[in-house]
Design a protein around this ligand. Structure first.
Ligand SMILES: *Cc1c(COP(=O)(O)O)cnc(C)c1O
Length: 403
């Protein structure tokens, strides 16, 4: 039996077991070391923590409610379902927890310029928002196809004073946007901080991004204890890079009776190029600074991915999830586009809450599992974001006669 607990990761060099680490060009090593050192100092600094806590409360709207989905529970006829309402946060998703934490760090580091990558635009909007709040210059890299698909978020970022830089390379989506952001960072590392948007990339990002999202699980734990006087039986969250899921799961990892399921994007089904479920047929490899499960072909080339939700459409999963799967602590499954769209519609109609399409993958799993659980069991699902951004896309699938 190993003495290393699942909650005590990563080690000093950023390894979660055999996963994680830092695979970057020489020019970034010093910047990542500086960031790691400053992060540890900030974490232990009561002033930093107090400022973060106050801004999370007054600027972002924490704490978010833990909401009992009474009608949905009744409809599914099994376990009690609670929703952790990250969708109610400023800018509409959990992403601002991390963007805010990182911009406070950038300020401590004396950086004057912020860069970020974005897929659906949610992380770009969160970053542009905190950059505006602190008066820092901000450039967001976004694939040209994503700019078309998520035009509204492009306009939001521009209104917030950020420059949106379209990326024409490759698949013109998130992976290429990350490449461009890394390229910019290598060139401008002296005055620039890169606010990476998920629990991915080189050390210290997976650890640091996780820590900024731990507030989700810390709050949910206190809230369910107050409400039910016991811990939940099951936690469910969707997994793109894995930041909302790890934020929810991490504070419960040492509670061995709390089961956890991460839900990846099954797209059109588990066929090459048609999904983004890295634990279904993925391979161990290195992508964009970290060693983890990813979707690649036999030559090690990154495969195309597909999901109805841009936020889950990425070829690699955060290294801590790879570790937790390997350790048998968290189970990973997937939901297809159709299952997610079905859950999207159901939550809206039954609870009056329109969820993000990303989140709808977690909800699709609730629909499968809640009915086969006992009525006295409890599920907490992370409602990672709201679906306003997805309404137009969903209408194409759900209301074709409107087109
Ligand atoms: C970006 C996003 C995700 C996926 O990112 P993670 O890092 O896996 O959390 C999930 N839900 C919403 C609402 C998002 O905006």
């Amino acid at each position: 039996m190993s003495t290393v607990t699942t909650a005590a990761q990563p080690d000093a060099s950023g390894h979660f077991g055999t996963f994680g680490g830092s695979f970057v060009p020489e020019t970034l090593v010093a910047a990542l070391d500086e960031l790691t050192a400053e992060y540890h100092k900030a974490k232990a600094d009561p002033e930093f923590q107090a400022e973060l806590k106050q801004l999370l409360a007054e600027f972002c709207g924490r704490e978010t409610p833990l909401y009992f989905a009474e009608r949905w529970t009744e409809k599914l006829g099994g376990a009690k379902i609670y929703l952790k309402r990250e969708d109610l946060l400023h800018t509409g998703a959990h992403k601002i927890n991390n963007a805010l934490g990182q911009i406070l760090l950038a300020k401590r580091l004396g950086k004057k310029r912020i860069i970020a990558e974005t897929g659906a635009g949610q992380h770009g909007v969160a970053t542009a928002t905190v950059a505006a709040r602190f008066g820092l210059e901000c450039v967001v890299y976004m694939g040209a196809i994503d700019m078309e698909r998520q035009h509204l978020n492009v306009v939001r970022m521009k209104l917030l004073g950020s420059e949106v830089c379209g990326v024409e390379a490759g698949q013109k989506t998130l992976k290429e946007a990350v490449n461009e952001a890394l390229r910019d960072w290598v060139t401008n590392v002296r005055d620039t901080h890169y606010i990476l948007g998920s629990a991915l990339g080189p050390h210290p990002y997976p650890m640091m991004v996780r820590d900024f999202h731990r507030v989700i699980g810390v709050e949910a734990r206190a809230q369910i204890m107050e409400r039910e006087e016991r811990l939940p039986d099951l936690l469910i969250a969707c997994v793109g890079g894995g930041s909302n899921a790890i934020g929810m799961f991490h504070p419960f990892l040492d509670d061995k009776n709390v089961k956890m399921v991460g839900v990846e994007a099954g797209g059109h089904g588990i066929k090459q190029g048609e999904h983004a479920a890295r634990f279904q047929g993925g391979k161990l490899g290195v992508l964009q600074g970290t060693k983890t499960w990813l979707l690649s072909d036999d030559d090690g080339q990154i495969e195309l991915t597909h999901s109805v939700s841009a936020g889950l459409d990425y070829a690699a999963v955060g290294p801590e999830h790879a570790f937790l799967q390997d350790a048998g602590r968290v189970d990973y499954t997937y939901a297809t586009d159709d299952e997610a769209l079905d859950a999207f519609q159901e939550l809206a109609a039954v609870e009056g809450i329109i969820p993000a399409l990303e989140t709808s993958h977690a909800l699709a799993h609730v629909k499968k599992i809640a009915p086969v659980m006992d009525k006295d069991q409890i599920i907490v699902v992370n409602l990672s974001g709201r679906g306003d951004k997805d309404v137009e896309q969903a209408s194409k699938y759900l209301l074709p006669e409107e087109e």
